[in-house]
Design a binder for this molecule. Structure first.
Ligand SMILES: Cc1cc2nc3c(=O)[nH]c(=O)nc-3n(C[C@H](O)[C@H](O)[C@H](O)COP(=O)(O)OP(=O)(O)OC[C@H]3O[C@@H](n4cnc5c(N)ncnc54)[C@H](O)[C@@H]3O)c2cc1C
Length: 815
């Protein structure tokens, strides 16, 4: 076969002709009129796409993913009319079963989430579910849910239809050409090497499915995914299977069903999945399946026959065992790779790439075009991963656990168990001895809470009040009434230095941050739409040196955002995370404890709120940042990592007379909810302006300094707000808020909670969410309403809070 010819230049090259690559090329060409070239090493669809079952569900726990899935459904339902190529799209609805009370609560929570996200979802009795799916045995059903706008499609047909649409809008698609290398200059992609010669380009989008990890490595880009075997069967015709039978998910039995030419497809998610191609994907793996593994599939078969007895006598036409890429947290990956400018990814679709393809392609095309995510896509952002994810063995182990949880009940606050511990702070053994129950964040073990002697030091999952409820309450009260130490060594820390450091940081940060050495500032960093990309503190430690501290999970994301927008002219960015341990000493007795271990003057005059001081504790240099995320007097003590243990011991000894104790992240969450401090990723995201989030006070609009996002923020601030972040309390102890609960004003949905939990001092459930209204959300309109929260389909009266629930005058923080 002769080698195809390709253009020598394109604006954007998309690598891979599965559903995601074709959708991305389609949207780049249709929406942005880009000169797009799609290169496919084999034939379109020959990767994971051709053998997918084709279920298209829409509801996810993330509003953003749900929005993308809804977009897919809209696109698939009209694509044929545009391209003339059928897609097999059928809106036959989706049914989801619950066979126990915990699952039923989960489904009811999902129904509330669906309501919050504007997705139609009905709760059904077993009898109503049976009416929709007469072939099933409903005897163990507690209830079910039905999403009428879900559906199914033919994966290959949609992909061909998207490819045709892409060509119609001017994209060039070439099959039989593999990308073999990247050309990179000064950290930016300039072109690709391929089996048909080089091509110059400004941007590249890696949509190479499970090959993406290998393709990414050609550019030095880490793409943590693992191919895993996934099986389903296709049966002969079965009496009673009608073409409009809804798709059926039976998570308690780990299986799903879909109508297929008068028969059924049935597959499932084993709790003991099998990884594939750990040593690399075989060459020329095109339109191929893996060997049937009936032994592994047998538990699904048994469960499926119990649910659908007619299956026992149905002939099996084919068993499909196809590999698909899965990720360590069950979500796909979109966005610009932090390692190389201009290289974007869209891969790792965890067996919902057909459902996601339309929306993911739309979002990715937008991201490629503008350089900014078009909406909050943090849950799927490639920058949620870090250096640890370059370790294939770690990624494989964690990915298999995530796969095994696909259908398990998603318990609130559940932690992964595999591949731990990975990164530990110097205090790990000490805190373990104190009864710490750890969680893991970006590989770091972090104490969530502390069990008392004799108490089981482990999480017992629950949809209601958990076994850690009281212990966390004790830590919370110790912080409010005395003093505690939080080990926050996993915080991400950066240094920005150089003659232009101040000037460039002022451009990136929304608040005044270059206020002189010794000053510390809380600030957001905004995108061009005025949305919040980062939320962090900046301490100025010299005229030309700044120390930036942000959340553990945001290390790659925030680091990339700051580095990219600082530039390199007269400024140097360094990640110093591993250099420093962090002990947060918080509570009204914090000054007494600190004064006992240092000679430095820590009085309010010498070390006021918003200051940074270099002091000495237990013979070690310590950077003391007077700041708090819990609403009490306190310091973040940044300690050379190796000295963290010594400083901790000194604090614990000095604090003993005050009843000092270590406390964990769940107490921090409860404390910050009461104080109304925002959490990035939930309360504040790239969708939200500081003005809408009640953080307008932290934006330097009154100064004449220009900064990224200024124009958009000024425009938002000068018009009536259409949404506003507000708080709610619910006194009922049976109310468990976890986020996504619907907010009702005078009985009408006006938004949903971004975050929720329990406040032990205010003794109430607390939730924060945006209330939305086209005509505006002025304070008098807000306060005139009567509020309720829909929590798992139960309505609780709620009290509106427009300010902090705790210490609104900041008296404690500034004490
Ligand atoms: C058994 C099974 C059932 C499934 N059922 C469903 C379902 O019901 N619903 C659902 O939503 N999802 C389902 N999925 C998941 C779905 O199939 C995938 O998520 C989706 O197909 C991924 O599409 P993609 O475009 O990312 O990858 P792929 O379809 O794998 O496409 C990647 C392409 O990149 C090409 N490529 C690789 N390397 C290069 C290179 N160097 N140069 C050029 N091209 C290259 C490959 O040849 C390939 O064609 C299922 C998956 C499996 C395995």
């Amino acid at each position: 076969m002769s080698t195809p010819t390709i253009p020598t230049q394109a604006d954007v090259v998309v690598i891979g002709g599965g559903i995601v690559g074709c959708s991305t090329a389609y949207h780049l060409a249709r929406d942005h009129r880009r000169n797009v070239l799609l290169l496919e090493s084999g034939r379109l669809t020959n990767g994971s796409t051709w053998h997918a079952a084709g279920l298209v569900g829409q509801l996810r726990t993330s509003a953003s993913i749900t929005r993308l899935l809804k977009y897919s459904v809209e696109l698939y339902s009209k694509l044929e009319a545009e391209t003339g190529l059928a897609t097999g799209w059928k809106q036959n609805g989706g049914l989801r079963l619950a066979c126990n009370q915990d699952r039923w609560i989960e489904i009811k929570r999902q129904a509330t989430t669906a309501k919050s996200f504007g997705l139609e979802m009905h709760l059904l009795s077993p009898k109503e579910a049976l009416d929709l799916w007469p072939l099933m045995d409903p005897s163990d059903l507690v209830g079910a849910a039905f999403l009428p706008t879900d559906g199914q499609a033919s994966p290959s047909d949609i992909t061909q239809s998207l490819a045709k649409g892409a060509r119609m809008h001017g994209a060039k698609i070439v099959e039989g050409v593999a990308v073999t290398g990247f050309r990179i200059e000064n950290g930016r992609v300039t072109g690709l090497d391929t089996t048909a010669g080089p091509v110059a380009c400004e941007k590249v989008v890696i949509c190479a499915g499970m090959w993406s990890k290998e393709v990414g490595r050609l550019a030095g880009v880490s793409i943590p995914l693992q191919p895993v075997q996934h099986q389903y069967i296709l049966t002969e015709k079965i009496d009673g299977v009608s073409p409009n039978l809804p798709t059926l998910r039976d998570p308690d039995r780990l299986i799903y069903f879909k109508e297929e030419v008068g028969g059924l497809s049935m597959g499932g998610y084993e709790t003991n999945p099998i990884a594939w191609a750990e040593a690399g994907i075989p060459k020329n793996f095109e339109f191929q399946l893996l060997d049937e593994n009936w032994d592994h599939f047998e538990p699904h078969m048994i469960q499926a026959i119990e649910r659908v007895p007619a299956l026992a006598n149905a002939g099996v036409k084919q068993m499909i065992n196809g590999p698909e890429s899965f990720t360590p947290d069950g979500n796909f990956m979109l966005g610009e790779a932090p390692e190389v400018k201009g290289v974007f990814v869209g891969c790792g679709f965890n067996a919902f790439g057909i459902a996601s393809g339309g929306g993911a392609g739309w979002a990715l095309a937008n991201w490629v075009e503008t350089g900014e995510q078009p909406m909050d896509l943090w849950v799927v952002d490639i920058r949620r991963f870090a250096g640890l994810h370059r370790d294939d063995a770690w990624v494989c182990e964690r990915t298999l656990e995530a796969y095994g949880k696909h259908y398990s009940i998603a318990w609130p606050h559940e932690e992964y168990k595999s591949a731990r511990p990975r990164i530990v702070s110097p205090l790990y053994e000490r805190l373990k001895a104190e009864g710490a129950v750890f969680g893991s964040k970006l590989g770091w073990e972090r104490p969530n809470w502390f069990a008392a002697p004799g108490e089981a030091a482990e999480d017992v999952p629950s949809q209601g009040r958990t076994n850690w409820f009281e212990p966390v309450g004790a830590e919370h009260r110790a912080c409010r009434e005395a003093v505690v130490v939080f080990d926050q060594s996993s915080f991400a820390k950066f240094e920005v230095s150089g003659p232009k450091a101040a000037e460039r940081l002022e451009w990136v940060a929304a608040n005044r941050v270059a206020r002189g050495p010794g000053r510390l500032t809380y600030t957001q960093m905004l995108n061009s739409r005025g949305g919040i990309e980062c939320d962090l503190t900046v301490a100025q430690i010299a005229d030309d040196r700044f120390y930036v501290v942000t959340g553990t999970g945001f290390r790659t994301h925030d680091g990339a955002w700051i580095r990219d927008h600082l530039g390199t002219d007269g400024v140097t960015f360094t990640d110093v995370t591993e250099d420093w341990g962090t002990l947060s000493l918080m509570g009204p007795k914090a000054r007494d404890v600190l004064a006992a271990v240092t000679d430095a003057d820590m009085s309010n005059a010498a070390a006021p709120f918003g200051s940074v001081r270099d002091i000495v504790v237990a013979g070690h240099p310590v950077r003391a940042l007077r700041v708090t995320y819990v609403g009490e007097l306190g310091w973040e003590l940044h300690v050379p990592l190796a000295a963290t243990g010594d400083v901790f011991d000194a604090l614990m000894a000095a604090g003993a007379p005050h009843g000092i104790r270590p406390a964990g992240y769940r107490a921090i969450e409860s404390l910050r909810l009461e104080k109304g401090y925002r959490a990035w990723g939930s309360d504040i995201t790239p969708n939200d302006s500081p003005v809408e989030a009640g953080l307008g006070w932290a934006v330097k609009l009154k100064s004449n300094l220009d900064f990224l996002g200024r124009a958009a923020t000024a425009a938002i601030a000068s018009a009536p707000l259409k949404k506003r972040l507000v708080g709610f309390t619910v006194a009922d102890p049976d109310c468990f808020l976890v986020g996504r609960e619907t907010i009702l004003r005078d009985g009408v949905p006006v938004g949903y909670l971004a975050s929720g939990g329990w406040g032990y001092t205010v003794d109430a459930a607390i939730g924060y969410g945006y209330v939305r209204r086209e005509e505006g959300v002025a304070e008098d309109w807000l306060t005139a309403g009567r509020y309720e929260l829909d929590v798992a389909n139960r309505i609780f009266p709620a009290t509106l809070a427009l300010g902090p629930l705790y210490d609104p005058a900041m008296a404690r923080v500034k004490a």
